[in-house]
Design a protein around this ligand. Structure first.
Ligand code: SAH
Ligand code: SF4
Ligand code: F3S
Length: 469
């Protein structure tokens, strides 16, 4: 039987926000309480941090990048690869000295790592100065948990909750003024054999159709120029909803909202990426011409061992359909090198797929074993040195493709959203619909606006241009 989920409003927690504000007004070291929030991992975590910042704003907090100046330090963690975890443990260790200098500071950890038992056990044993630990399912309880932490004085841990809820109305304080994330669903049901995400984020559950559309409308009305719909597998949006809706329907409904904006989405899964979706993109007014479609491996045997539920042929079939229907479609992907048992010959199938598709850019990862996943128990006969050699080989192939693709854009005039100042004075940085960066000389007043830019030069995967209007 399919999972059933409860849809709730956040209002129960508002009282705790008030109570926290009262305590923190007295407890703050400066004029007002300050929080330092560090976010690791993917956009889902960034969106969660924006909700935590929304709740903290309600408690009267301001925000700082400096841990030293904060009354509350929170790391929102990622568990997807070992490297991400090591960084967190290293950085948490360094907080011990801050706690020594400022005993009143509250130190918290949340996010995906906190949904792994071995992690929280290690934290409890070795990091007693960490006051608050909560997992991804406890996000909407944050005000109550924070209140308990600041009033109780001991350690508050809430993890491993089998939460089957979707909570609407959590206040959000978005980092960007004109670019914003919009989660449309949570969790993942795919259980790719290498991946920890289904264990840390729980079962896939979609927000209601109208809730997503209303939030998109509010964002557009309040001046957002770029909205990115988020989910681990956006193509399976709507499957758990009573009133059935597909992702293609959701996109096309948002696209009908009038305004000057670009609509992006991630991540698509090739097994659920329908031709209907490509048709919606092709005929839309606002949807970007960028498709991020992770293939992970070019070998059918490896894809099967990864439990990806598609093969090379099906992947290329969607890619070719997208190339045919969306003029100048820009394709990007994620790839794993060195999955347990992957041979050099199988790796070469990945290289040949990369050459065939000609991606704009690739996110390449060396396989990292994750405790509790099926792949972590598979035989892994190849050494880290061998995998790293293959990895470099793949990067070199992709660099040449990206450079060629960018060079082919010289002379074209492209519409871009100006994102901000580049590191060089007087230069702005912007992004095309296909998600390619273009730097050009211009005035800061253009930031947050769409302009046309003529591409004059290509430098690997970054373009240079001049204002065309
Ligand atoms: N839901 C998205 C991606 C989530 S994780 C999707 O399915 O595409 C982002 C990327 O991290 C994955 O696409 C994969 O390439 C990589 N990744 C996940 N687990 C990994 C692991 N154990 N080792 C190396 N890379 C991994
Ligand atoms: Fe992980 Fe696969 Fe789910 Fe993506 S689809 S989050 S790779 S299990
Ligand atoms: Fe990391 Fe969790 Fe995202 S493991 S990649 S932060 S869903």
């Amino acid at each position: 039987m399919a999972d059933t989920f409860e849809y709730k409003r956040f209002s129960d927690e508002n009282n705790y926000i008030k109570l926290c504000a009262e305590v923190m007004a007295v407890r703050a070291r400066g004029d007002k309480p300050m929080a330092c929030i560090r976010t690791y991992g993917c956009q889902q975590n960034v969106a969660d941090s924006e909700k935590i910042k929304g709740m903290l704003s309600g408690m009267g907090f301001g925000f700082t990048e400096e841990a030293e100046d904060a009354d509350f330090i929170l790391f929102n963690t990622c568990a997807v690869r070992e490297h991400a975890e090591d960084r967190v443990f290293g950085n948490v260790g360094a907080l011990k000295n801050i706690k020594r200098r400022h005993p009143s500071v509250t130190i918290g950890l949340c996010g995906c790592m906190m949904e792994q038992k071995h992690v929280t056990e290690r934290l409890y044993k070795s990091f007693p100065f960490v006051n608050l630990v909560f997992g991804t399912h406890s996000l909407h309880h944050f005000p109550e948990l924070f209140y308990n932490t600041i009033t109780y004085g001991g350690r508050v841990y809430e993890t491993g909750v089998d939460d089957k809820t979707v909570v609407e109305g959590i206040p959000t304080r978005r980092d960007g003024e004109f670019k914003g994330w919009l989660p449309i669903m949570y969790g993942c049901n795919n259980f790719c054999t290498y991946c920890i995400v289904p264990y840390t984020r729980g079962r896939e559950r979609s927000r209601k159709f109208e809730d997503v559309i209303n939030e998109a409308r509010q964002m557009i009305e309040s001046g957002y120029k770029e909205i990115t719909l988020l989910g681990q597998n956006v193509n399976s949006y709507g499957k758990n909803l009573e009133e059935k809706h597909t992702f293609a329907e959701l996109l096309s409904k948002i696209d009908k909202i009038d305004g000057d904006y670009i609509l992006r989405f991630m991540t698509s899964h090739p097994k659920d990426c329908s031709k209907e979706l490509i048709d919606v993109i092709a005929s839309s007014r606002h949807i970007s011409t960028h498709l991020h479609l992770p293939f992970q491996s070019g070998s059918d045997r490896v894809l099967k061992a990864m439990n990806r539920s598609y093969n090379r042929e099906k992947y290329l079939d969607i890619i070719n359909y997208a190339k045919e229907k969306i003029p100048n479609v820009s394709l990007t992907s994620d790839v794993i090198v060195g999955f347990p048992g992957e041979t050099y010959e199988e790796f070469l199938e990945t290289v040949s797929l990369v050459k065939e598709v000609e991606f704009t850019s690739l996110f390449t990862f060396i396989y990292s074993p994750r405790e509790g996943t099926p792949a972590a128990k598979m035989d892994d006969p190849f050494t880290a040195e061998e995998k790293s050699k293959w990895f470099s080989e793949l990067l070199k192939v992709q660099e040449e493709i990206a450079a060629k693709r960018c060079a082919s854009m010289v002379g074209q005039t492209v519409r871009v959203l100006v994102e901000g100042a580049a590191s060089k004075e007087g230069v702005l940085t912007s992004r095309t619909s296909g998600n390619i960066i273009v730097d050009f000389e211009g005035d800061d007043s253009l930031i947050g606006k769409f302009v046309n830019v003529e591409v004059t030069q290509a430098r690997n995967w970054i373009l240079k241009g001049k204002l065309a209007d």
